[in-house]
Design a protein around this ligand. Structure first.
Ligand code: NMX
Ligand code: MLT
Length: 435
């Protein structure tokens, strides 16, 4: 059975021809005018990027290479005795569009375990960070510093031909993903004082090793949660802030460590990945204010007070989705199976029953339904990972899968430097002066 790299080397030449054909047949066709509002309005709906790993439908949610989350849960290989998909398989799917065999996934687990060590100077950078520096800033520092050993950067300096870019990019992406558990584990233990890191177990899968580095390796349910968590947070088409940032920075031929470091800085914003931290902070504040087992009325009042204070309800709304995020649903199903009586899970369910109506009444949010971040922290908290400042780091570990898959393809297909056109307000006025 071919390795992932062998399979890619077969797929890339065929896809180069496919893209040539699409461009020859459709390259001059347009789809939709550009409205001035889109320039001022965060480019919502503006067709601007090619992203092959996943496509987001506003009503149905994400599909990874055409497969919904339940289909991935069904089709992707599992760990022995496990029922959630192994993220190794999801990465294979994102990169190739194909479902890997159990053996191919096991080989990927081994390959990542073998690449997992981080350079000593990166350990030192992390050890010297004050615990008051947000875990996401530490994460981004460490990932950026991995550029020291980038195969792509070195090959570029050595004069590699454009046709070969994808190969060192692939090696960097594999190293990047493989090293994230050690980085995340070190940050967690340094910031929250959880003692020494164990060694990577070469015989275990990626999520097991990540769980062990965080101190939860003995908890099989937590390991299963991480398998699901990493699978569903990996990719959300190309326009979201972290994915688009990674692609943009990569287009300057900055190596995958520099590109993904930039992604993490975007993910660290409260309207994007940091929302999972914000949700837990908000839930805890709500509990402090109205107590546990509060009535629906008390929850509603609290939600209104958030809105009246000029703040957003974290975990609700979306720039593209117009229905409940299937990633929320997948996590809710996990909770029903593993922690149905957890009080915080019950509160999350109660909030789901009241918030959409309130957001509709408030009349501003285009999507009143929950997104992925409304649920993830509750699951982590249940198993004892209660430090919410760490939650976005786990989102970041997962998002590397989607960004890396596209970086490999961008270099494989020779994607050009991204450079869209910007306009000043006076240029817009001039353009439409007599129209
Ligand atoms: N609570 C209160 N107001 C909201 C919310 C919300 N959850 N969602 C949207 N709005 C407001 C939004 O602030 C805007 O107000 P204004 O006109 O005063 O600027 C108005 O509704 C229209 O916004 P939309 O067009 O519905 O949303 P947009 O596409 O601009 O932004 C989000 C999308 C996700 C940034 C927004 O819904 C939000 O701030 N949600 C809360 C934060 C969050 O959960 N982010 C995580 C998203 C998922 N992720 O992981 O990245
Ligand atoms: C994501 O997973 O990136 C978020 O849901 C945000 C988005 O898609 O815009």
């Amino acid at each position: 059975q071919p390795t992932l790299k062998e399979r890619l080397s077969e797929l890339i030449p065929a896809e180069i021809e496919n893209v040539k054909r699409i461009r020859a047949e459709h390259g001059k066709k347009t789809f939709g005018p550009v409205a001035v509002d889109q320039l001022y309005g965060g480019m919502r709906g503006l067709p601007a990027l090619i992203w092959d790993g996943s496509v987001l439908d506003a009503e149905e949610g994400i599909r990874f290479r055409g497969k919904s989350i339940p289909e991935c849960q069904h089709l992707l290989p599992k760990a022995p005795g496990g029922s959630e998909p192994l993220p190794e398989g999801l990465f294979w799917l994102l990169v190739t569009g194909e479902i890997p065999t159990q053996q191919q996934v096991e080989e990927l687990s081994k390959d990542w375990a073998a690449r997992a060590a981080i350079p000593e100077f990166v350990e030192e950078i992390l050890d010297r960070c004050p615990p008051t520096l947000h875990p996401m800033s530490q994460f981004s520092l460490a990932v950026t510093a991995l550029n020291h050993d980038s195969a792509f950067a070195k090959a570029y300096q050595d004069g590699i031909s454009k046709k070969e870019y994808w190969s060192p990019t692939f090696e960097d992406c594999m190293d990047l993903i493989a090293k994230l558990p050690n980085i995340a584990g070190r940050i967690y233990r340094n910031v929250f004082g959880q003692g020494k890191l164990p060694a990577i177990d070469q015989a275990k899968d990626y999520s097991h090793n990540l769980a062990a580095l965080l101190g939860f390796g003995d908890n099989e349910a937590f390991v299963e949660l991480l398998r699901l968590y990493i699978t569903i947070h990996s990719d959300h088409e190309g326009g979201n802030v972290s994915a688009h940032t990674g692609k943009l920075v990569g287009s300057a031929l900055s190596d995958p460590f520099l590109a993904f470091g930039a992604s993490l800085n975007g993910l660290a914003g409260p309207l994007h990945g940091l929302a999972n931290q914000e949700v837990l902070i908000w839930l805890r504040k709500m509990q402090d204010k109205i107590g546990e087992n509060a009535s629906d009325e008390a929850v509603k009042d609290y939600v209104w007070s958030t809105l009246k204070g000029g703040q957003v309800v974290p975990g609700y709304g979306h720039a593209v989705l117009r229905k409940t995020d299937p990633r929320y649903t997948a996590q809710r199903e996990f909770a029903m199976k593993h922690l149905p009586d957890d009080p915080l899970f019950k509160l999350v369910g109660q909030i789901y029953n009241v918030v959409p109506d309130i957001l509709l009444q408030a009349g501003k949010a285009k999507n009143p339904w929950p997104n992925v971040d409304a649920h993830s922290g509750v699951l982590l908290t249940h198993y004892g990972l209660t430090q919410m400042q760490f939650y976005t780091v786990l989102f970041g570990v997962s998002r590397a899968f989607g960004v890396a898959a596209q970086l490999i393809w961008d270099r494989g297909l020779g994607a050009p430097l991204e450079r869209p056109k910007s306009y000043s307000s006076s240029a817009i006025e001039m353009m439409f002066k007599d129209k």
